[in-house]
Ligand binder design. Structure first.
Ligand code: SAM
Length: 246
């Protein structure tokens, strides 16, 4: 059974049984009404954990919208590669939230606000969560990324054993040490962490700590990119080269 991206998607954070009549959660009910869905209309229910369930609108009442679940299609391709994108918390909150939206669209499985020596600004977890769900439905990705509270850079480096590689993007890295070159040298890498600094960049001591923790320090080219641009470039390159379906 192929899933049809032309059918509107709603988010249901659990996998319903085939034939189950499900009341939509409040936010999704609001979305269904905004889409002017009617009885019999087809919808796809995304559980954010790899499942896409074909469903149809059972009823639209004043106080509830019910859908009848059908078969669930489990994603295989997207789930094979796990990319975590860590970015220093940005002083401009909307720019960080833009990274969340693009990260979901490009298939990130974790989007981690990093607390680094030069990160500034505040991270708004609830807003980021809502933006991620909206991007999940719009892109119809199979996975909703984990978005934890801000994590200290050192704590992220301590997670190295959980990844095949950690790539720290640094504007002063040797231009020959590109991310594609690193990925080509580690073709079996399926759990990849990409780390990008805040507007002020990583400090020298952070880069040294990253090297000491066996992270790769990589260049994204000669241009000095904004943090959000660097995050997008790194994720798009890694997703493409490590097999996350576009
Ligand atoms: N402090 C830097 C400066 O003064 O040019 C700017 C940091 S940049 C705005 C934010 C982050 O984007 C950096 O920490 C790095 O992770 C990433 N970045 C920007 N350009 C890059 C490049 N050419 N190669 C690798 N990473 C880059």
């Amino acid at each position: 059974m192929q899933f049809d991206p032309g059918i509107p998607a709603l988010y249901l954070p659990r996998r319903p049984a085939d034939g189950e009549i499900v009341p939509l959660p409040e936010d999704e009910e609001r979305h269904a009404r905004a889409l002017r869905l009617r009885q019999g209309d087809a919808v796809t229910l995304l559980d954010g954990r790899g499942g896409r369930t074909r469903a149809s609108v059972e009823s639209v009442e004043r106080r509830s919208v019910l859908v009848r679940a059908g078969a669930t299609l489990l994603d295989e391709a997207e789930g094979r590669t796990y990319i975590a994108l860590g970015v220093g918390v940005l002083s401009d909150r909307s720019r960080f939230e833009w990274i969340v939206e693009k990260g979901v669209e490009l298939g990130a499985r974790e989007i981690i606000p990093l607390a680094t020596e030069r990160s500034e600004g505040r991270f708004h977890a609830e807003r980021a969560g809502r933006i991620a769900v909206a991007a999940l439905k719009q892109s119809q990705r199979a996975y909703l990324p984990d978005i934890p509270l801000p994590m200290a850079f050192a704590s992220m480096l301590e997670r190295a054993d959980g990844f095949d590689l950690i790539a720290v993007c640094h504007e002063s890295a040797a231009v020959a040490d590109t991310l594609p070159k690193l990925l080509a040298a580690t073709p079996a890498a399926r759990r990849i962490a990409l780390l990008v600094g805040p507007e002020g960049g990583f400090s020298d001591s952070e880069i040294e700590r990253a090297r000491a923790a066996s992270s790769a320090i990589v260049s994204l080219g000669e241009a000095r990119l904004r943090a959000e641009t660097a995050a997008l470039v790194a994720l798009a390159l890694a997703a493409n080269l490590a097999g996350v379906p576009a």
